[in-house]
Design a binder for this molecule. Structure first.
Ligand SMILES: [Zn+2]
Length: 256
């Protein structure tokens, strides 16, 4: 499995929010780099043309006013593109990127997000004629309104199904995901908005590390069934720095 990462993602000066907090990514990189099965690869920033498939010129100019934010948000979107390309080529990929993206809509953003990483990456593959459909599993605590706003209405010929599970118990949560995947057909690629703030030791107090392992495994099993295993996942939320590495590692164990 590939891990997308760039040392510039450690920079925490681009914003004052919990996603930008210093030290948030270090533990994730530490734990994943101990696994010799994981190959780290470094992304390039997304170019403006890639970003404008998901966003308005006005939104791009708004981000551009802060050069550091533009650099890092473009690098996160570039990390998403690299992960999508790897997945398309048959390599399952997890992207340890920051800032997150699922609350970024075409012309606005909130919730610690700036560019919609998932949308930029999927729309690039779509524009190159590589995919015509996608399934997005957003298991972040918060609903990815940006994913929904952009991907549900973007192109008539690009079909995107998005699941934000909302079961209140952990067993029901996993079952909800499995049941939804069971009904899927004609999907060209699987992607996860992988937020870990639903963790038992994080804001949502719901999912245990074993549950993240199960979510990863479901992504693997159903992508193998439906689209030759093409799958990738992008880091979204997750704010307990002690719990985050373990949860990411568990997800990757099932997902790889
Ligand atoms: Zn969240």
């Amino acid at each position: 499995m590939k891990i997308v990462f760039h040392k510039r993602y450690y920079n925490s000066s681009y914003a004052m929010d919990p996603a930008a907090a210093p030290g948030r990514l270090e533990g994730i990189v530490d734990i994943l780099s101990k696994n010799k099965e994981y190959v780290f690869i470094e992304p390039k920033p997304a170019i403006k043309e890639d970003i404008l498939r998901a966003h308005t010129e006005r939104h791009f100019e708004y981000i551009e006013r802060n050069p550091l934010l533009l650099e890092l948000a473009s690098l996160a979107a570039g990390g998403a593109i690299l992960a999508a390309e790897e997945a398309y080529d048959g390599n399952p990929t997890f992207a340890v990127i920051r800032p997150p993206g699922h609350h970024a809509s075409a012309d606005s953003c909130w919730g610690f997000c700036y560019f919609n990483n998932i949308s930029v990456s999927l729309l690039k593959l779509f524009s190159e004629g590589k995919i015509k459909s996608a399934f997005v599993l957003d298991f972040d605590l918060h609903t990815g309104d940006g994913n929904i706003n952009i991907l549900s209405f973007k192109e008539e010929s690009f079909r995107v199904k998005i699941l934000n599970p909302d079961s209140s118990g952990r067993t029901g949560y996993i079952k909800e995901v499995k049941n939804y995947m069971e009904e899927l057909d004609n999907i060209d690629i699987f992607v996860a908005s992988a937020g870990f703030d639903q963790g038992i030791d994080d804001w949502g107090h719901l999912l245990y590390p074993e549950d993240y392992d199960d979510l990863g495994l479901l992504m693997k099993e159903y992508s193998e069934k439906l689209c030759e295993g093409r799958r990738y996942a992008l880091l979204e939320g997750g704010y307990n720095h002690d719990a985050l590495p373990k949860n990411v590692n568990s997800f990757c164990t099932g997902f790889k």
